[in-house]
Design a protein around this ligand. Sequence first.
Ligand code: DX5
Ligand code: ZN
Length: 226
Amino acid sequence: SRTYRIAPSILSADFARLGDEVRNVIDAGADWIHFDVMDNHYVPNLTFGPMVCQALRKHAVKADGTPVPIDVHLMVQPVDALAQAFAKAGADIITFHPDASTHVDRTLQLIKAEGKQAGLVFNPASPVDVLEWVIDKVDVVLLMSVNPGFGGQSFIDSTLRKAEKVRKIIDDSGRDIRLEIDGGVKVDNIRRIADAGADTFVAGSAIFGQPDYKAVIDAMRAELAK
Ligand code: DX5
Ligand code: ZN
């Protein structure tokens, strides 16, 4: 069976206490920290940049000091300079939207050359055809199950069919590629999303909207164990 990863999105955390929020959600069982970068250009919202990632790097550790991967989701245009800046700022995984990059293969190469995992993100209405040509450079496929820009939106159901399709593409490639889903993931739909082929789950409001992060993450894992 698959190894599942839960990646809380700190977009829904308390921005005035981000370091503590990252530590708390890791203590609650987070596998990755999902870091949503918005530029008020590619998406209609503005969040944080490489300096905030660098400041959080030392907080993204388990109690025993083991680093927890920072999963940087770039919703920015242009992509390349910021992808490199995030690599230098301690990101472990860097994903970007192919429609925001002028040269998708080049951007993937830049991220790989920094020694980081690279991924492509597909919006709900975007085709995934480009995967055919770059799958050898991809470590993560991130499917948006909401339109990017805001937390707290409802899961778009067509993502399940897209996940099934991408799962086949990944399995046929024979490569070790994570299939991550982002947007509207909750305790009550995570099992269905896993059944469609996903192995990595971003959840923002579902986790940070509750007082007990561990209770939510435990409930998600219990669903995934069914
Ligand atoms: C949306 C972001 C998501 C968002 C998910 O543009 O990419 O990561 O934070 O938030 P929820 O889980 O609340 O839908
Ligand atoms: Zn995201």
